[in-house]
Design a protein around this ligand. Sequence first.
Ligand SMILES: Cc1cc2nc3c(=O)[nH]c(=O)nc-3n(C[C@H](O)[C@H](O)[C@H](O)COP(=O)(O)OP(=O)(O)OC[C@H]3O[C@@H](n4cnc5c(N)ncnc54)[C@H](O)[C@@H]3O)c2cc1C
Length: 455
Amino acid sequence: MTLEHPGLQALSGWGRTVHRSTPVRRPTYDGGLVEAVLAEPRITVRGAGRSYGDAALPNDGIVLDLTSRNRIVSFDERDGVLIVESGALLRDVIDQTLPLGWKLPVVPGTERVTVGGAIASDVHGKNHPGAGSFGRQVRWLALLRSDGNIVQLSPGQDADAFWATVGGMGLTGVILHAAIQLRRVETGWVIRNRQRTRSLDETFEAMQSLAAQQELDPDRHVVAWVDAHAPGASLGRGIVDEFYGASTLDLPGSVAPYPEARTAASRWRRSLPGPGVVSRATIAAASAARWHLSRSANSQLATLRSALCPLDRADSWPAAFGRRGLVQYQFAVPPDELGVVRDVLEYLGTHGMTPALATLKNLGFDSSAPLSFPIPGWTLAVDLPARWVHDSLRPVDKLVAGAGGRVYLAKDTVTDPDLIPVMYPRLANWQHTRHRLDPIGRWSSGLAERLGLLA
Ligand SMILES: Cc1cc2nc3c(=O)[nH]c(=O)nc-3n(C[C@H](O)[C@H](O)[C@H](O)COP(=O)(O)OP(=O)(O)OC[C@H]3O[C@@H](n4cnc5c(N)ncnc54)[C@H](O)[C@@H]3O)c2cc1C
């Protein structure tokens, strides 16, 4: 049993690999927030704490938790512009706006992240080739700077500061609220086409052919589950899902255009086996079963929200990885470096680190934000028990960096700091802008210090 120090709160990232006992401030109104900020020399900004590692955890100083500032300020149903406080969860935004026929254009694999966290990590969805990332949907944002001043930033109003804040991992200031452009939607349902593939080559081919359609359609989502445990030539066989918005004509007469959010959520919840259950044997068995039990099938109806965020059905996922938690290693490589995906899967397999979960997505746009993760190409995310990892992913860092790729900072706990400037070649520009916004170095985080982002 651990005894908590009075006034300190025990926090971790979603992967439960990094823990801190830290003072936490939760101001609800602007005046209180400014006061709290000016009183503290070192601050780590935190949303819902769904980044996997230490991005929202401090090394020293306090944590500023924004989740109490979660109001929807306004929503204009004519043009779809939402003004929202940064601590609001995407889930609450979707609850309010989807039944009105508007949707967030970009949703990551979970709805349980805040608007502030989504901007600060410039999150991407399964529709990146057509829609780009979250920051692209932001019309303007209000930023509290370390000197206590609040400034409005947009692509046309101090663009450097705007793009340094998008993907800036909370290191330029506190995003207070933002205006986000939503997209019209006809129903809360999608049509899903599923293809089961027999090898990594087949998985790649399926993804590549769907990428071209995705580029033309921001509402077309594609994701592949990859069987990293399949032996020999079957390695990388998988299930490739494509889905796009259903129209009212696609729905059977008895089906309402917008499924009721809460009942749908409880119906989806999936019970997982107990804590620490992830082991090599259980991964192998579960992967084989998943592949064998799936079938290629077209034109299946699913709710938009269950299709976008399947892991929201499995809240206890990190606990299944045992006491030391879960490392998710996510990297992106350019279009012609698909071979790196194969090399990484082979490396993990031959070093006793076959992932419990491996997902592949297409990426499209490059971003104006220097620290934004997505680049045109591919991204693979692998879930690994932390107890297997140690420094053994360093060769993978080298492969990724050597191919012109990068790791995703919002998920990171293990990357070699020396490779960050290689992976993020505009890091020095970002540091320059960051220094202008925060010359006294008030904003910090475990991630920033571990990777030398502030240097
Ligand atoms: C199950 C699951 C699936 C995921 N799938 C995806 C995916 O498909 N695509 C993807 O891109 N990401 C994905 N993620 C990662 C997740 O979207 C990001 O880590 C996101 O930033 C988490 O938001 P949060 O509100 O929990 O922020 P936190 O984890 O609390 O913070 C993340 C970063 O944002 C900063 N920050 C938070 N709020 C503010 C604010 N108001 N002002 C300034 N900075 C702030 C923090 O300082 C920190 O650096 C997934 C995570 C999980 C757990």
